[in-house]
Design a protein around this ligand. Structure first.
Ligand SMILES: *[C@@H]1O[C@H](CO)[C@@H](O)[C@H](O)[C@H]1NC(C)=O
Ligand SMILES: *[C@@H]1O[C@H](CO)[C@@H](O)[C@H](O)[C@H]1NC(C)=O
Ligand SMILES: *[C@@H]1O[C@H](CO)[C@@H](O)[C@H](O)[C@H]1NC(C)=O
Ligand SMILES: *[C@@H]1O[C@H](CO)[C@@H](O)[C@H](O)[C@H]1NC(C)=O
Length: 501
């Protein structure tokens, strides 16, 4: 989730603006020793899968290993009664040498033995998936630090679901010796290994339809992670393992293509694209004049040539063109239709985020979850992680290429957007999907946006061709499942079922 001015995506762009002092790098930071995944050939005799999650202990971790991933292991424990109360819940770490990634896993409320599996991550970069879990689409919501309430519109209504704190340094994830991850491509290696190990151990999920979902900066994460999982399948097959049945990516209020976003930031604040224009005519006219130059600079220096110095210059220019005047309005960047409850920098405009942090800092909750004792106080979003991605200009990458590549290989994509969000808005996502270069482009672009219905009323707009669906959700902001839980669940259920919206 792109959340705060100080901590989320805005913070990232702001930090990038001042990043002239950082060395620009398009690849890994030098302090990150790349850990190549070592695929060894599969010897069934070396490996006994745990198979049954019921066998896990609620008191201590069970450690799972796999000979194909000698540098990886998984610590997992059962958390009876946690959060949902009606299904089995599991938490744990995937350990990659000294790097440890925390996850929650909830079984489906309907048929865990048959239902699909969803992977969920929030964005930032640097924000914890605990926000998605306890605020948006998880089995329970944290209303107060001392209590959770059952969420009847959770996405595990008919799917098994993971919430992952990634990369290391986010939420309860940690590293032993201060290792860091600074790019999405690097984070993808750990996640793909995690996915392979999980399915290999829990044979009941093997071959199950798998969907990778995320929000906000997830618009960058998910296409890259899914591509890594897809490519990894080649190695899994060579090693004699079952490939991951990657069926779709689901991106909510994602920022995928910075190049189409700048003009859209203008449209969202100066035209009635969602609510009425929120900025003054004077500001809007100036902005209108600056946007073409911003786009030209971005295209020439960032997306086409990745010229470090000039790209940074372009980002600075674009920031001044469309961000600065918006910030001056004081409007909630995650929902143009709402006022900010509190201070963005303090609680991201949503007081519930403070309750979630307090809940996750409770000693009894940490014990239940099995959070490593080396993890300090919970922070919704890590400034350090965000700053690292920012220094690498990770968000500049034209991530839509990954989506097109997945579509060409039969992996479906659902791009959904709460229509009142400004930061990763629907106009930019609409442009991004229309501009995608893939075999179905002509058919997709020939479709008009039409309304989709839910509960007898119009719930949003949609456009679809083949494996690609674009959809908006009315009356929702950046955290669409928080604002419109029923409509969001309906959207996801139709998607999983393969039904038209
Ligand atoms: C939780 O705390 C609130 C005050 O913050 C209190 O009113 C409520 O009774 C408490 N609930 C429980 C279950 O302890
Ligand atoms: C992948 O999942 C789909 C949808 O559930 C299913 O039809 C298909 O048979 C699965 N593929 C494999 C190889 O298991
Ligand atoms: C962690 O939170 C506790 C309670 O809010 C506070 O007393 C403590 O100073 C915090 N520790 C750090 C390292 O911020
Ligand atoms: C569904 O429609 C009914 C009747 O119009 C309304 O009372 C209810 O709030 C609606 N539910 C949702 C989830 O929109």
């Amino acid at each position: 989730m792109l959340l705060s001015l100080s901590l989320g995506f805005l913070g990232l762009i702001t930090a990038a603006k001042g990043a002239a002092q950082h060395r620009f790098k398009t690849t890994s930071s030098p302090n990150v020793p790349a850990i190549p995944t070592v695929f060894e050939s599969y010897d069934a005799g070396l490996f006994t899968p745990l198979e049954d999650l019921d066998l896990l202990s609620a008191e201590v971790y069970t450690t799972l290993r796999h000979p194909v991933f000698p540098k990886h292991s998984v610590r997992i424990k059962k958390s009876t009664e946690f959060c949902d109360g009606t299904v089995n819940a599991y938490t744990g770490y995937i350990d990659i040498l000294a790097r440890h990634i925390f996850f929650y896993f909830f079984e489906s409320r309907s048929n865990p033995d048959k239902d699909d599996v969803i992977f969920w991550t929030n964005g930032g970069p640097g924000c914890s998936s605990a926000l998605g879990l306890f605020m948006e689409l998880g089995p329970c919501r944290v209303q107060k630090a001392n209590a959770t309430t059952f969420n009847p519109h959770a996405w595990n209504e008919n799917a098994n679901i993971f919430f992952v704190d990634q990369p290391i340094g986010v939420g309860f994830s940690y590293a032993d010796y201060g290792e860091t991850v600074g790019t999405t491509e690097e984070a993808a290696k750990d996640l793909a290994a995690f996915v392979a190990i999980f399915f290999e151990h829990f044979t009941k999920f093997k071959g199950r339809s798998f969907h990778m979902a995320g929000e906000s900066y997830g618009g960058r994460y998910i296409p890259v992670f899914a591509s890594e999982v897809y490519d990894q399948n080649t190695y899994l097959v060579e090693a004699g393992m079952t490939p991951i049945n990657l069926t779709s990516v689901m991106i909510g209020n994602g920022c995928t293509d910075e190049g189409t976003m700048y003009r859209s930031y203008y449209d969202m604040q100066c035209s009635p694209a969602s609510v009425q224009p929120v900025n003054s005519i004077t500001s809007c006219v100036l902005m209108r004049q600056m946007v073409p130059r911003c786009e030209k600079m971005f295209k020439e220096s960032c997306s086409e040539t990745m010229d470090a110095i000039n790209c940074l210059n372009a980002i600075n220019f674009c920031y001044d063109a469309v961000f600065t005047p918006f910030m001056a309005t004081g409007i909630n960047p995650y929902d143009l239709g709402k006022t900010c409850e509190g201070e963005v920098a303090d609680n991201l405009c949503y007081p519930i985020t403070k309750e979630i942090s307090a809940f996750l800092d409770r000693a009894d909750i940490r014990k239940t979850l099995g959070v490593d004792s080396s993890v300090g106080n919970f922070s919704s979003c890590s400034d350090h992680v965000s700053a690292r991605f920012s220094a690498n200009l990770d968000f500049v990458f034209p991530t839509q290429y990954y989506i097109a590549a997945l579509l060409e290989r039969g992996v479906k994509a659902l791009i959904y957007v709460g229509i009142n969000d400004w930061i990763c808005n629907w106009v930019g996502n609409d442009r991004m999907t229309l501009a995608l270069e893939w075999a179905g482009k002509e058919a997709f672009n020939a479709q008009h946006l039409r309304e989709w219905q839910f509960n007898g009323t119009s719930a949003g707009l949609t456009r679809k061709a083949g494996p690609l669906t674009f959809a908006t959700i009315y009356d929702a902001g950046h955290m669409a499942p928080y604002d419109k839980p029923e409509a969001s669940l309906e959207l996801v259920q139709r998607w999983l079922a393969g039904d038209e919206l």
